[in-house]
Write a protein that binds this ligand. Structure first.
Ligand SMILES: *Cc1c(COP(=O)(O)O)cnc(C)c1O
Length: 360
């Protein structure tokens, strides 16, 4: 057995000091913690998908360039002519590839916070400096002066902006983002994981900025189990990132299934429209609850703050009642007292609201 001392000698200190990404056990619970699409496919669609899978050659390595899938993704997402795309095993992997490409002892990555935790987690794991710039307290909007000052001071190699932002749900003002694009010394990644719910995007702006990269995923659309994300941008950047992508990161089943899914956009359009409707109903219901402040959202989830009851107590009561939401283990700071709930089916949302009313 190797001793703890040997672990300390071998494993980088930044890795030792990280905590692993924790996922709540959801068995038997109504799962409203992870921004999944709650709907399955119609049975006929499942049948034709299985028929398609019959042709999968599991004995062969996947197509390393995934040409068919890339073409389908570009078409479905309106990727502009002249832009290239990079595929990742989820957009999490793309974040890792981007950061591996720039890492170095004096390199900084910047994002407004609170935001998607993987930017910080992966940056720290790779030995990069991570700078989080606080969003405005009252509405989680970007603080343009603070961002500008941080850009000048830290000269980040990459700025991440989740658009809409997770876990706050809001869309940053497009003018604020354009100003950041004008001032950023390095790359700016617009993370559009929630594009299916947002009705806003910087995809069309790609030809105007050679340092802009737009990242999307199929996860929140309804294919979280497939693990497929992509990054669109100028070929000279994508070419470099391609060198770090492991050759067969998108497996045969994912390639076939994603191409199949993209041939049926109407199914996902109907599901995401339903989820957007559910989000609005949920927003109004939460707004009507005393002791609850709910924040406007352009994603498929809502952040709300509890006044009068500790968030952990409410989270636990919800779980007792069979509903899992996201609790932020923060006693202080911008997410203190907050919970995040994913918009599920109408029945799931009704069960959540009933349990919440009880808990308050
Ligand atoms: C969920 C989420 C992702 C992760 O997407 P995967 O493709 O499932 O890895 C990326 N960015 C944001 C902002 C998210 O909320």
């Amino acid at each position: 057995m190797r001793s703890l001392r040997q672990v300390e000698a071998l494993i980088r200190p930044e890795v030792r000091s990280l905590s692993a990404y924790h996922v709540q056990n959801a068995s038997g619970l109504i799962k409203l913690d992870a921004m999944e699409n709650p709907y399955r496919w119609p049975e006929e669609l499942v049948d034709s998908w299985l028929e398609r899978l019959r042709g999968a050659e599991l004995n062969r390595y996947p197509d390393p360039s995934a040409a068919a899938l890339k073409a389908a993704l570009c078409r479905a997402n309106g990727v502009p002519e002249g832009a290239e795309i990079l595929l990742g095993n989820g957009s999490d992997e793309i974040i890792q590839i981007l950061l591996m490409a720039v890492t170095g002892p004096d390199v900084t990555v910047l994002a407004p916070e609170p935001t998607f935790v993987m930017y910080r987690q992966i940056a720290v794991s790779l030995g990069l400096n991570f700078v989080g710039v606080p969003l405005r307290q009252d509405d989680f909007s970007l603080d343009p002066d603070a961002m500008r000052a941080a850009l000048r001071l830290h000269k980040p190699a990459i700025v991440f902006l989740a658009y809409p932002n997770n876990p706050t749900g809001n869309l940053f003002a497009a003018d604020d983002i354009r100003r950041l694009l004008d001032e950023a010394p390095g790359l700016v990644v617009l993370d559009e994981a929630y594009a299916p719910f947002a009705a806003a995007s910087f995809m069309d702006a790609l030809p105007n900025y050679d340092h802009l990269l737009v990242m999307r995923t199929l996860s929140k659309l309804g294919l979280a189990g497939l693990r497929l994300g992509f990054l669109a941008g100028a070929p000279r950047w994508v070419e470099q990132f391609e060198k770090l992508r492991l050759p067969y990161n998108i497996n045969v089943l994912t390639q076939l299934s994603a191409v199949f899914a993209l041939e049926h956009p109407e199914v996902f359009a109907a599901q995401t429209a339903r989820i957007r409707g559910a989000r609005e109903n949920l927003f109004r219901a939460l707004q009507a609850l005393p002791g609850v402040r709910v924040y406007p959202s352009r994603a498929n989830f809502l952040l709300f703050r509890l006044h009068g009851k500790p968030a952990f107590q409410v989270f636990s009561a919800l779980r007792e009642a069979g509903v899992l939401v996201k609790f932020f283990a923060a006693e202080t700071g911008p997410l203190a007292g907050c919970l995040r709930v994913t918009a599920g089916t109408e029945e799931e949302n009704a069960a959540f609201l009933a349990a919440l009313r009880n808990a308050l």
